[in-house]
Design a protein around this ligand. Structure first.
Ligand code: FYN
Ligand code: ADP
Ligand code: MG
Length: 569
């Protein structure tokens, strides 16, 4: 395209695409429609990847976990205006809460009409609605601002504590034009968007002192450390100091669960008995009972906390030794400072080891227990997956549900970092199929999703998306026919218990879209199906029939549930 002076022109679509490409972004997840259909179409025609979903929330979850796996590059979700934007907003808030770098870009309607509330097509003040749910919310009004706008979005998403960023793209931006020459001068790649953040020397010295004086130290690894790809630094620190470690759910595999220093199988004992806890990219939030109460024993613990976000320190408990900086820099300096220091006391590590061995033995007995006539339970079914994952560690494991989540986290060992992708900080249901699409496309490796039958329902329609792109995803439905349990008595009057679901044929749902479905009732059938499904590298769904009585209300977080003290339960 050129103007009357024969100057070659480009437009908003192309400047945006060229800017994203300049920033090494080659993938978007989204749902097309007015006004962004042609952006997605041109993007695909340019040889870039656009994963077209059935609902924006799942595209958003895909972008959020793509950001987590990549660490230094945000996942990008593209939606239409108003309702599409709002559907994507849940995922943007999720990314921010979980500290995942993500950009939500949404088309929006005519500013003059929106601002005067004159009733435009999909009218909504999206930029301001997004603001409380992300690190920053921007609008790009002029084609010349696209490179700066995207640079600001990327740097905000990935630097410091990562999180979500919203970019509002008014429809008319796409039609604006600019000379190709000027566009070339404006498009740039921002320098060093994830700079090292070196902790202060006195912070390192203080932390080293606390660790040297510890009698019963324990390291808590969080998903911040996994996302930072501090794999080598974590290993060096743990092995040099000999300190036992515990992983939070998504940090499993950052150090292999089979490592001799893992205290995961005696978590409660380790937290209650330790005197010093070293938090590495992990927050003292609800998942850690805020660092207080029964879980943490009677004695006040001394905490060392490594975090990139200064105001995370003392958020729940006084922190004796804060180390503010990026995990890699902090751990390598701390390891250096502790060179030559004695290893963690053998009395403590020995006591933990003994408990770990006993608890592993107890779990092994449960996993080997025979199947009741009413169906498999969580232990004897997931034992099959545990064995399979040990032999095939380079598989991404997506996991959500209540009992399906808790039991998989407990039973299935992870050997590689960033392979376990679960409900995260919100304990959210619905991440399942979106995470599967992103994990398969970002890593190129197969995915297994262990889904409670209820959790699966939130994103089940995305099976069609998985089949359309022919992704190597095997979904296992832990089908007990309900939320928590599947056998709650109905209240009468023809009504159905609020926790009950149809214990249905999810395998046939997969077959409806051309994938392969399996119905399994025993651990042997599950094993055979799992091996065949993953080897096929094609979309498969295993409907694992679980005893409707298996499972407990709210899984292992029962204490958060409120029960009425009057009337019926
Ligand atoms: C762990 N354990 C094991 C093993 N690994 N025993 C034997 N062998 C092995 N390999 C033990 C461990 O010591 C714990 O027992 C128990 O199994 C559970 O381990 P986990 O998962 O590490 O510990 P816990 O207490 O469940 O973890 C706390 C948590 C976690 C809050 C961080 O529960 C979590 O991430 N929850 C998310 C819940 C959620 O989001 N739900 C979705 C909403 S459901 P003890 O040591 O005896 O405690 C809505 O209703
Ligand atoms: P988990 O749920 O595994 O405990 P959280 O999401 O609660 O993990 O905590 C992750 C923490 O890691 C956040 O406080 C975040 O600021 C921090 N973090 C993220 N990236 C880095 C990094 N590169 N260096 C240091 N800390 C980081
Ligand atoms: Mg269920």
């Amino acid at each position: 395209m050129s103007n009357e002076d024969n100057v070659e022109l480009t437009d908003g679509f192309h400047v945006l695409m060229d800017t994203l490409k300049m920033n090494d972004i080659d993938t978007m997840y989204g749902v097309v429609g007015i006004p962004i259909t042609n952006l997605a179409r041109l993007w695909e025609q340019d040889g870039q990847k656009f994963y077209s979903f059935r609902h924006e929330q799942h595209a958003g979850y895909a972008a959020s976990i793509a950001g987590y796996i990549q660490g230094d590059k945000p996942g990008v979700c593209l939606t239409v205006s108003a309702p599409g934007f709002l559907n994507g907003l849940t995922a943007l808030a999720h990314a921010t809460t979980n500290c995942f770098p993500m950009i939500l870009m949404s088309g929006s309607s005519e500013r003059e009409i929106v601002d005067l509330m004159q009733g435009d097509y999909e009218e909504m003040d999206q930029m301001n609605i997004a603001r409380p749910h992300c690190k920053a919310s921007f609008r790009i009004n002029s084609i010349k601002d696209i490179p700066i706008g995207i640079a600001r979005a990327i740097r905000t998403a990935v630097s410091g504590r990562p999180g979500g960023v919203y970019v509002d793209l008014p429809a008319r931006l796409f039609g604006q034009t600019l000379s190709v020459e000027e566009a070339k001068q404006l498009i740039f790649k921002p320098v060093d968007v994830t700079p090292a953040q070196i902790p202060a020397a006195d912070a390192i010295a203080r932390a080293a002192e606390v660790i040297k004086n510890a009698k019963r130290p324990v390291v808590m690894l969080g998903k911040g450390a996994a996302m930072a790809k501090a794999d080598a630094e974590v290993k060096a620190f743990i092995e040099q100091t000999g300190i036992p470690f515990l992983p939070m759910g998504m940090a499993k595999g950052l150090m292999p669960d089979t490592h001799p220093q893992s205290a995961a199988a005696t978590r409660a004992f380790a937290l209650a008995q330790c005197d010093v806890c070293i938090l590495v990219g992990a927050r003292l939030n609800w998942l850690m009972q805020h660092g207080k109460g029964k879980t943490w024993g009677n004695e006040l613990k001394k905490f060392v906390q490594i975090d990139i976000q200064a105001n995370e320190i003392d958020s729940n408990q006084p922190i004796a030794a804060p180390v503010v900086g990026d995990v890699k820099s902090c751990l390598s300096l701390l390891t250096e400072a502790l060179k030559g220091a004695p290893k963690a006391p053998a009395e403590w590590t020995g006591a933990l080891k003994e408990k770990v061995d006993t608890n592993k033995g107890k779990l092994a007995t449960k996993m080997a227990a025979p199947v009741a006539p009413t169906g498999m339970n969580y232990s004897n079914s997931l034992g099959v997956l545990k064995e399979f994952m040990l032999k095939n560690p380079s598989i991404n494991l997506v996991n959500e549900g209540a009992n399906a989540l808790d039991n998989t986290r407990m039973i299935v060992d992870m050997l590689e970092p960033r392979r376990r992708l679960d409900s995260g900080t919100w304990g959210v249901m619905g991440i399942g199929m979106g995470y599967c699409v992103a994990a398969a496309t970002v890593t190129g490796d197969p995915v297994i999703a262990v889904e409670g039958d209820s959790a699966f329902g939130f994103s089940g329609m995305e099976l069609e998306t998985i089949c359309r792109y022919n992704l190597p995803v095997t979904v296992i439905i832990m089908n007990n026919g309900g939320i928590y349990k599947g056998n709650e008595e109905d209240p009468g009057n023809g009504l159905v218990s609020c926790t009950r679901l149809i214990r249905g044929r999810y395998d046939q749902m997969m077959e409806a879209f051309g994938g392969k479905g399996y119905l399994v009732n025993t651990p042997e059938e599950l094993k055979a199906a799992l091996e065949e499904a993953v080897a096929s590298k094609k979309p498969c769904l295993i409907n694992a029939m679980i005893d409707p009585d298996a499972g407990v209300e709210s899984g292992r977080i029962k204490s958060l549930n409120i029960v009425s003290k009057v009337g019926k339960k």
